[in-house]
Design a protein around this ligand. Structure first.
Ligand code: GDP
Length: 454
C-alpha cells in the first residue's frame, strides 16, 4: 500500500502544526526530509520515540521540528507513522507537506489514515465514525457520548446483539436441518422472549439517534414566522444567553451563513439565518411564509414565532400545518404586551407551546426546557450506547424490522427456516454496521466525509 501524507492540524496560525506520514516507507521518506540534531537516522531509532531536528525541502531548510516515530503495528493506522510537528503556520505547513510529497509520499485522501486504522483492525466502522463526532462535538454531553462511541460502547452493544441473534439462528438451523437428532427445540416462548428483548434494545438504539445528533452535531433548525413577530430578537436572545455559543461560519457547500447556538445541552444549527434578518414588508407576508416553508423542508426542528397580541393569520395557520409534520415548538412572543391570541387555535396543530418575551428574555428557560424535551435530550444519558450516523440508524432500523418480521413469522406458525431468513437479515445489517460485513463501496463512502489528515 502506498505511503500517504497530509497536514493533520487546522490550516491556521498556531503554536504547532503536524504533517502526518503513514505507510511502509514512512520512516524512509521522513529520513529524506528530516535531519535529527544528533545526526542519527530515524530509521535506526525505535518506535514511540521523539527527535528534534530540521526539515529540508531538497537543500533548503524550511523549519525546525520534532519527529514522532511509531513503528507498525503500534500506531494509529497500524502502519509505520512519522509525525513532523513544526511551526503551525499555513505556509510553513504546506512547505513541509510538499517536501514529504517530493520525497515520495502520496497525498492522503479524506479519512485515509482512519480508513487504514479500520482495515488494520485498530477500530471498527462504528468507532471510526465516532472519530469525526468527537472532533465535531460542541458541548459536554455531546463530547461524552461521542467519546463513549469511540471507546467502543456502541460497537460492543451491536456485537452483543449480533452474537445473540447468531446463536438463535444457529440453534434454529441445526434444529431444522437435523430434526431427527436429539437437539432440544427452543421453546416458542423462550424464542419470543429473547427476540422481544433484542427488539426492544434495537428500538432504544434507534431512539438514541435524534437526541445524540442534537447534542453532538447539532440539529438543523428553522425559526419561522411572519415579518416583525420577533424572530431576529429571539435569535439574538438565544445567541446572547449566557449558555449560548454563537459561531458564524460560511456553509461549506452552500454560500450562506449558518449560526450554531447552544441552549441547555442542545445545539441548534440555525440554517439560513440571513432569511430571518431580511426586512420584508407585511404586504408580502405570504412570500416570507412561502420561503420559510421551503427552508423548513430541510430542517427536522422548527421554532414558529407568533405574536401574542394578534390573532392567527391564514398564512400562520399554513405554517403551523406544514410544521406539524416535524418536531415543532411554538413560541408565543411579545407576551409583555398582553395575550390576545386564541391559543386553542394553535393547539389544533401542536401542544408544544411556550410563552415568551424575546425582548425581555422572559420565558427563555421554558423555551430551552421545551426544546430539550421535544428533541429527547432532556433525559439523554451520554453513557448509554448511541447511534451517531444516518448509516448506523438505517442499519439498526433494518435489523429491527427483520427481528419484527421473525417474531411475526413465529406467531403465524411459519417454519423455523422462514424465521431464520429474517434473523439472518438482522445479523447482516448489524455486522455491516461494525464493518465486519461491509462492502468496499460502503467503507469508501463512509470515509469520504472525513477531513483530510484524520
Ligand atoms: P422579525 O421580523 O420577526 O425578525 O422581528 P424582529 O425581531 O425584528 O422584531 C420586530 C419588532 O418587534 C422589533 O421592534 C422588536 O423590538 C419587537 N419585539 C420583538 N420581541 C418583542 C417582545 O417580546 N416584546 C415587545 N414588546 N416587542 C418585541
Amino acid at each position: 500500500m502506498k505511503t500517504i501524507a497530509a497536514i493533520a492540524t487546522a490550516q491556521a496560525a498556531a503554536g504547532i502544526g503536524i504533517v502526518r506520514i503513514s505507510g511502509d516507507r514512512a520512516i524512509e521518506i521522513a529520513d529524506k526530509v528530516f535531519v535529527t540534531a544528533s545526526g542519527e537516522k530515524l530509521s535506526s531509532r525505535s518506535g514511540y520515540s521523539a527527535a528534534l531536528g530540521d526539515v529540508y525541502d531538497g537543500k533548503t531548510k524550511i523549519d525546525k521540528a520534532i519527529a514522532l516515530l511509531f513503528r507498525a503495528p503500534k500506531s494509529y493506522t497500524g502502519e509505520n507513522v512519522v509525525e513532523l510537528s513544526g511551526h503551525g503556520g499555513p505556509y510553513v505547513m504546506s512547505r513541509i507537506l510538499r517536501a514529504v510529497l517530493n520525497a515520495g509520499a502520496e497525498p492522503a485522501s479524506p479519512g485515509e489514515f482512519t480508513k487504514r486504522a479500520f482495515l488494520n483492525g485498530k477500530l471498527d466502522l462504528s468507532e471510526a465514525e465516532a472519530v469525526m463526532s468527537v472532533i465535531g462535538a460542541k458541548g459536554e454531553a455531546g463530547h461524552k457520548a461521542a467519546l463513549n462511541a469511540l471507546l467502543g460502547h456502541t460497537s460492543k452493544k451491536i456485537s452483543e446483539l449480533a452474537a445473540k441473534l447468531t446463536k438463535i439462528c444457529a440453534h434454529l438451523a441445526v434444529w431444522a436441518d437435523y430434526p431427527e437428532e436429539d437437539i432440544k427445540e427452543l421453546s416458542e416462548e423462550s424464542l419470543i422472549a429473547s427476540l422481544t428483548t433484542i427488539k426492544t434494545d434495537l428500538f432504544n438504539l434507534i431512539n438514541s439517534f435524534d437526541a445524540g445528533k442534537a447534542v453532538i452535531d447539532g440539529i438543523e433548525t428553522v425559526i419561522a414566522g411572519k415579518p416583525n413577530v420577533g424572530k431576529s430578537t429571539l435569535l439574538n436572545l438565544l445567541s446572547g444567553s449566557e449558555k449560548a455559543i454563537v459561531t458564524p461560519h460560511a456553509g461549506t457547500t452552500r454560500d450562506i451563513i449558518e449560526e450554531t447556538v447552544r441552549i441547555g445541552n442542545v445545539t441548534l444549527k440555525l440554517a439560513d439565518t440571513a432569511g430571518i434578518h431580511e426586512n420584508i414588508s407585511s404586504e408580502i407576508e405570504e412570500i416570507g411564509v412561502k420561503r420559510a416553508v421551503l427552508r423548513m423542508e430541510r430542517a427536522p426542528f422548527v421554532i414558529i414565532v407568533l405574536e401574542a397580541v394578534n390573532e392567527l393569520t391564514k398564512s400562520e395557520e399554513e405554517l403551523l400545518r406544514k410544521a406539524a409534520e416535524k418536531k415543532v415548538l411554538v413560541a408565543i412572543n411579545k407576551t409583555d404586551l398582553g395575550v390576545k391570541l386564541d391559543v386553542n387555535k394553535v393547539k389544533r396543530y401542536t401542544e408544544n407551546i411556550v410563552y415568551i418575551s424575546a425582548k425581555s428574555g422572559e420565558g427563555l428557560q421554558e423555551l430551552i426546557s421545551a426544546a430539550e424535551s421535544i428533541l429527547g435530550t432532556a433525559d439523554f444519558d451520554s453513557s448509554e450506547p448511541i447511534l451517531i450516523t444516518e448509516r448506523q440508524r438505517k442499519l439498526v432500523k433494518t435489523a429491527y424490522e427483520c427481528v419484527s418480521e421473525a417474531l411475526e413469522a413465529i406467531k403465524m406458525g411459519m417454519t423455523r427456516d422462514a424465521v431464520n431468513i429474517s434473523l439472518d437479515g438482522a445479523v447482516n445489517a448489524l455486522l455491516e454496521l461494525t464493518g465486519e460485513r461491509a462492502s468496499e463501496a460502503v467503507v469508501d463512502e463512509l470515509f469520504k466525509s472525513f477531513c483530510v489528515g484524520k
